[in-house]
Write a protein that binds this ligand. Structure first.
Ligand SMILES: [Zn+2]
Length: 439
């Protein structure tokens, strides 16, 4: 399997080189904004929006008017135009809306797709028009270097090396299956084994963040102290994100190492974390409680966890099954009885058979059972039919025959890794008719 993987390193740069990179990033931002302004003016006059080729053709004239644009490699400026065109393409397929003008510090990166060389023996990357840069070489980047992205974060310069390589996907060593329930208090509750909870030190940084934000709100606008506090807030944000990402990477790797099949819920996190505030005319109810729940949902990074599981399962030949989340928290994992009264806060107690368990653990078992049922029913599942119904959940499953995707493959995003041209493991279409778990 051909895969792409990102390897991130901290750069060791002299102040002179840092200033050069900042200038290059400024040039890139200028080209992006200028091209966007040009596109908008064309659209306003009723003409077609210029595409990538047309925008690239304008670059030489732009360089004549602004000679300082000749300093960075031309490819870096072309990449800005490419990003602009991609942003337009995503306008209608995503929630981001039309591209906006960028200001300093907003998505400031520089991508170099050609003429970069990486020397893994000494930990140096050679960049065009820039020279050799030493990396804080924590690990060797595997595969052939495809592009280098540079950015600044918390005062450090980071380089992300994207490489491509052929990966041998072997059958997973473990044969056990596990169901995972993503929760608000327990980050991940597996059907067997210890619950996975975010590390305590995260809470420490979150409390510091709260204090910093309060302090920021008291600072006078435009003052030097406000700038300094804002930098501290950004640093704290980055630290929290890094702790969470690192923790989830460790735990998801552990999960894919120890299991042959992983079942999760197919949750629409974006819809679940919508604010309940409503509008001025129609104010919502329980706004504060809902906002607390939203914060807990986003704090536990369900989408990021799923993204990590998706590519790690693909790379290791595991099957990742996403089941329809309906009634997983209300169904008794022992007898199958479904009732709203079964679940009381964190405790699950079946009103029919008396089975009592941690509510999340019970849900995780249900998720695993639903995945097994879905896999065994795969042969009977007709295209366009609902696999959750054919899997024997018709009595509780109110889909009325309409298709809703219980297994969803996602477009590849900027996750740490992705596979090229290979669909993700865990889509039901990839199951062989024999029910073979290996994709
Ligand atoms: Zn029961």
């Amino acid at each position: 399997m051909l895969i792409r993987q990102g390897f991130q390193y901290v750069l060791r740069l002299k102040p002179r080189k840092q200033a050069l990179l900042r200038r290059w990033i400024g040039c890139r931002r200028f080209v992006f904004n200028e091209a966007l302004a040009h596109q908008k003016s064309e659209l306003a006059e009723g003409r077609r929006r210029p595409g990538y080729a047309a925008l690239c053709a304008r670059l030489p004239a732009l360089k004549q008017n602004h000679p300082w644009l000749c300093e960075p490699p031309a490819q870096a400026l072309q990449q800005a135009l490419k990003d602009l065109c991609t942003a337009w393409e995503r306008t209608y397929s995503s929630c981001f809306g039309a591209p906006r003008f960028k200001k300093r510090g907003e998505g400031d990166t520089l991508r170099l797709p050609q003429d970069c060389r990486y020397d893994g023996t000494v930990g140096v990357v050679h960049l065009p028009k820039f020279g050799a840069v030493r990396l804080r070489h924590s690990r060797e980047a595997l595969g052939e270097l495809k592009n280098v992205t540079l950015r600044q974060e918390r005062g450090r310069w980071l380089a992300s090396l994207q490489t491509e390589r052929e990966l041998d996907v072997a059958l997973p060593n473990a044969t056990s299956a596990v169901g995972l329930d993503f929760g608000a208090t327990t980050t991940i509750m597996p059907s067997v084994g210890d619950p996975i909870v975010l590390p305590l030190k995260l809470g420490r940084y979150e409390r510091r963040m709260k204090r910093l934000q309060q302090s920021l709100s008291r600072k006078k606008k435009g003052s030097r102290n406000r700038v300094k506090t804002r930098q501290r807030v950004a640093a704290c944000h980055a630290r929290i994100a890094a702790i969470r990402r690192d923790f989830l990477h460790q735990r998801t790797t552990q999960l894919v190492r120890n299991h042959g099949l992983i079942a999760i819920e197919d949750l629409a996190v974006k819809h679940m974390s919508v604010s309940a505030a409503g509008t001025l005319d129609k104010p919502g109810k329980n706004v504060k409680a809902k906002s607390g729940l939203n914060r807990a949902i986003l704090r536990n990074a369900w989408s990021m966890t799923r993204q990590m599981l998706e590519y790690k399962c693909t790379w290791r030949g595991l099957m990742l099954v996403a089941v329809a989340p309906a009634y997983t928290s209300q169904r008794c994992s022992a007898c199958g009885h479904v009732a709203l009264e079964n679940r009381k806060a964190q405790l699950f107690k079946c009103t029919l058979c008396g089975h009592a368990e941690h509510a999340d653990r019970n849900a995780a078992k249900n998720i695993l059972a639903a995945a097994h049922a879905m896999l065994s029913a795969n042969k009977e599942a007709q295209p366009g039919g609902c696999p959750a119904c054919t899997a024997g959940y018709a009595e509780t499953h109110a889909c009325e025959g309409a298709w809703h995707p219980p297994l969803r493959s996602r477009p590849h995003s900027a996750a740490q890794g992705m596979s090229v041209g290979i669909p993700l493991a865990g889509t039901i279409s990839e199951l062989s008719p024999s029910g073979n778990l290996h994709p």
